[in-house]
Every structure is written in C-alpha cells, then in structure tokens.
Design a binder for this molecule. Structure first.
Ligand code: GLN
Length: 506
C-alpha cells in the first residue's frame, strides 16, 4: 500500500510539473575555450598537406589528457585511434578514403562497438563488451571516421544532467561547477572541450539537444526511425533516436547522411531515401514559422532565455519571414505523458539485465530469486530503479488504463496537434531549455521532478517522433550558453538543417 501511495504521489507531482517556479539565478565566471574548427576546414587542411589524420588524433588525445577533470571519457582508445588514423592517412594519399576521413568521433556509452566496453554508465554492465557494432557506428567507421573513445552519460540515458552515472558526474567545460546537461552530457562536453570533432549521442526526450544548449554546441535529433537503432541500448524504444553533437550544423549534417537510412537489422527504420543533407544547406526562401505562446509564458522559463528567443523571432520577422504566434494547449501534459510512457517502456527494456547472462551479478546470493533481486538492487542506480518501479506500476493491471492507456491517448493528441501545426507552418521555434546549465548537486536527489522540468521544451518532438535541432543562441549575463530549438515535419531534416544554419547567422 505504501508503495502505491508513493508512486501515486509521485505521478501526481509529475502531473503538476507545469506549475514550477523559476530556478535559481546562475552566477559564475565562464572559462573561455579556444575556437573550434569545422570538418570542412579540417578537410581543407588535410588536402593542403597542413595536417594529417594522425596529427588530429594526437591533438585530441592531448586535449583529452588536459581536460581529464571533466570526467567526460570512460575509455580512450589511444593506440587503436593512432593506428586507424595511420591507415586513413594512407587511404587519403591513395585517393580511396571515405567521406569522413579526418573526422574524430567519440561515442556515448550506449552505442555498441564490437570488442569495446559498453556499460550504459551503469554498474550492472560491469565488464561487458559489445559483441557487434551497431549500424550507425559501423557506417561512420566504413566512411573512415576514427573512434577515439567512449564517453560518460546518465545511466541508461536517464537524466538531464549527467549526474546519474555510476562513474560520477561529467563537468561542463564552460563552467566546471555546472552540469553539461544530459543524458549525452559528456558528448556535448567532449565536443566543446575540443577532444573530438563530433560525438554520437542518443535522444529519447532531449538528451542530445539539452546538453547541446548547456555546452554551446549543435545537437541534432532526427525523425524517429531515420537512423537504425540496431546497437543502441534501449531505453524507451518508441522514442529512442541516435543523435549528433557537433560544433556546426554542417558537421551534424554530414554525419546524419552517413548514419541514416534503411537497415536490415532494424525493421522499424524508414526506407525513405537519405538526402545529401550537407549539400542542401543553402537557404534563400521565405518561410512560415510558428512559435507557441504557452512555451514562452511558462513560469519556469528564465527571463533571459525568453528575451533571446523573442529576439530571434523578431529577427526572422525583420528578414521578411512570416512568423506567427499559435496556441499549444497541451504543454502541461507533455512531461507527464513522456515520463509515464518512457518509464513503462524502460521497465520492460531493462528487464534483460538480470545478472544471469552478462554484467554484474551480486556475490551475496543464496538462490535464484535472491540472485535476481540483489543483482538488480545493487547493479542499478537510484534513478534507474525509481523508473523501473514507476514503469512497472503504470503497467500493472489495476493502473494500466489510468496511466499507460491514458498517456498513449494524450501522446496521440500531442502528435496530431504538432503534425497539423507543421503542416501549416514550415518550422516551429522554441527555447531548448527553460534555464541555463545548473550547478552540480543543486537538484536535490530526493526530488527528481526538478530535473524532469529541464525537458519541458524537448519532449514535444520526442513524443511526436519529429526531428528537432538545438543551435547556440548567445549567452546569458553570466556567460552561460543558451540554445534555441527548431522543430520540423517528419523527414524534413534537409529543410530543418538549412533553416537552423540560417537562424544561427541572424
Ligand atoms: N531527460 C530525459 C529523461 O531522463 C531525456 C533522456 C534522453 O533523451 N535519453 O528521460
């Protein structure tokens, strides 16, 4: 009974998420980082004989070493990266190199890479190594990208601050007292700290876009099913997408075009042809853009982020685009819907971690049942356990209709509304996050709901399965980065990327 009251009360709080107050004002001096380069410039430098892939790997390895305190990398494949770089350099000379020759990439610890460790930043996968390479990663390797290491994240991608990792939090390179966002926080930090050119993350409810905003980089979540999920550790399968963190829209585009497309190993992946996104970034037309009144009126939105979003909206108007305010009646229902459904899916997906076949097994067990219970109790962290319990609860016979079925219905309403909106307008523009990066430890552990609020603006695209991108939109008074988000219709990545690039220049 107590358990029911606990989860019931908790779900009620999730339900009330809309009514939250403004987060604490942020004050901190911001560290300035050296300018980052782009893949195009890297390619030019390679062609001009000014650098080699081997030099680039050394450069990143040095930076990884210099920025160790960020706790971004869980493993660095130094020797292997050096060796691959040598091979790529030979191919470049021979004129047989792939599209991504010269690109050095890190992988979030949820992506399978054969014979390399994979833990989902969880103790329960202690010592686990992937037996195969996932499709997205394989396609990068086939085009001669060099994988430099595996980076930290929230445990099984559950979180918004990278604080839920069994390996400890990752720090934001702009201000190490603060989180880099989550769950692909270390991916964003790794790119910002110039320890790799691009990082591959995953976005279930904002995990690529929100850290991108917190770390001043670009974060791209494609349409659900655009990129194969084969080899992506499942969190909530009807939401999960592979995503990209990069310094520029151009870099994100080329990586997307390599990773996307049909795959025999994932029957849910779209068979739609993949455009050459990186060649379609020109933008010279007038478009129709909507912004949702409720997103800007939300109490939790920081004044500065609101002003910066409105400034971009004004700039679009001035440039002759049609920009209109619309009403989004479901804002208050976004987070409850997202969290009920993802927890339900997670409780099922994570049942495979049972201590029997791989990963952590408790040494203190007496029989089969205690082996399951202790391995899972000791192996999973607090947040993951809470979600498994809540997910099991909303799927239980007595509460299934009240929570799971209802949330599915609301998901449909949100999806229908958003799709209709994107039928009438080319793009929707909204803030990426309600606040800038918060301090490590500032969200009380006993109150995970405060952290859920960070996802207020990112989950709409996830619930609807639509593509979205976060691009930098200046800094607040404390020098902390702010992001702005663009959402587009399903499979409209090419248009969205071109528009996002244009928006960054306004
Ligand atoms: N913060 C959200 C969550 O914890 C999003 C996570 C994600 O996109 N992987 O569910």
């Amino acid at each position: 009974m107590r358990a029911v009251l606990y989860v019931g009360g908790f779900l009620y709080r999730i339900h009330r998420l809309s009514a939250f107050g403004r987060m604490r004002k942020l004050q901190q001096t911001v560290h300035t980082l050296e300018q980052h380069t782009s893949f195009e410039r890297i390619r030019e430098a390679i062609s001009a004989g000014k650098t080699t892939c081997a030099d680039l790997v050394e450069h990143y390895l040095e930076n990884i070493d210099k920025t160790k305190d960020l706790n971004a990398y869980l493993e660095v494949y130094a020797d292997e990266a050096r060796e691959t770089a040598k091979q790529v350099d030979k191919k470049i000379v021979a004129g047989t190199a792939g599209k991504l020759a010269g690109m050095v990439v890190s992988l979030k610890d949820v992506l399978c890479h054969k014979d390399h460790g994979l833990q989902g930043a969880s103790k329960i996968l202690d010592g686990f190594e992937s037996q195969f390479t996932g499709t997205a990663v394989q396609r990068l390797i086939d085009e001669d990208a060099v994988i430099i290491g595996r980076v930290n994240c929230d445990e099984f991608a559950m979180g918004s601050g990278n604080e839920n990792s069994a390996f400890g939090p990752t720090r934001n390179p702009i201000d190490p007292e603060r989180v880099p966002g989550g769950s692909s926080g270390a991916s964003a930090a790794a790119v910002k700290a110039d320890t790799c050119l691009v990082s591959i993350g995953s976005d279930t409810g904002g995990s690529v876009r929100q850290p991108a905003a917190f770390c001043d980089v670009v974060g791209l979540k494609p349409t659900y099913s655009r990129i194969s999920r084969y080899g992506l550790t499942a969190y909530a399968s009807s939401f999960d997408t592979v995503g990209v963190l990069a310094n520029s829209v151009e870099d994100a585009s080329i990586v997307l075009e390599v990773m996307a497309g049909q795959d025999d190993y994932d029957s849910t992946v779209s068979r739609k042809p993949v455009p050459e996104y990186s060649k379609l970034l020109g933008f010279d037309k007038k478009v129709k853009v909507a912004y949702m009144k409720e997103t800007l009126e939300s109490e939790g939105l920081s004044d500065e982020i609101k002003e910066k979003t409105l400034a971009k909206i004004e700039a679009l108007r001035k440039a002759g685009h049609t920009v209109e305010e619309v009403s989004f009646p479901w804002l208050d229902y976004l987070l409850p819907t997202y969290y009920i459904l993802t927890m339900a899916e997670a409780s099922s997906n994570l049942s495979r971690f049972d201590g029997v076949r791989y990963g952590y097994r408790s040494p203190n067990t007496t029989d089969l049942e205690s082996m399951y219970k202790k391995s899972r109790s000791e192996g999973f962290g607090e947040e993951v356990k809470r979600r498994i319990m809540l997910g099991t609860f909303v799927l239980s016979a007595s509460y299934y209709d009240a929570y799971y079925t209802k949330a599915q219905k609301v998901r449909r309403l949100i999806k229908d509304y958003t799709e209709k909106l994107l039928g009438e307008y080319d793009f929707v523009v909204l803030p990426t996050t309600p606040t800038t990066a918060f301090k490590i430890g500032s969200h009380a552990k006993s109150d995970p709901v405060t952290t859920f609020l960070e996802d207020l603006y990112t989950v709409q695209a996830s619930v609807s399965g639509l593509p979205a991108i976060s691009v930098p939109n200046g800094h607040d008074q404390n020098g902390l980065p702010v992001g702005i988000q663009v959402m587009a219709g399903a499979f409209k990545e090419a248009d969205m990327l071109a528009f996002a690039k244009y928006l960054s220049t306004l």
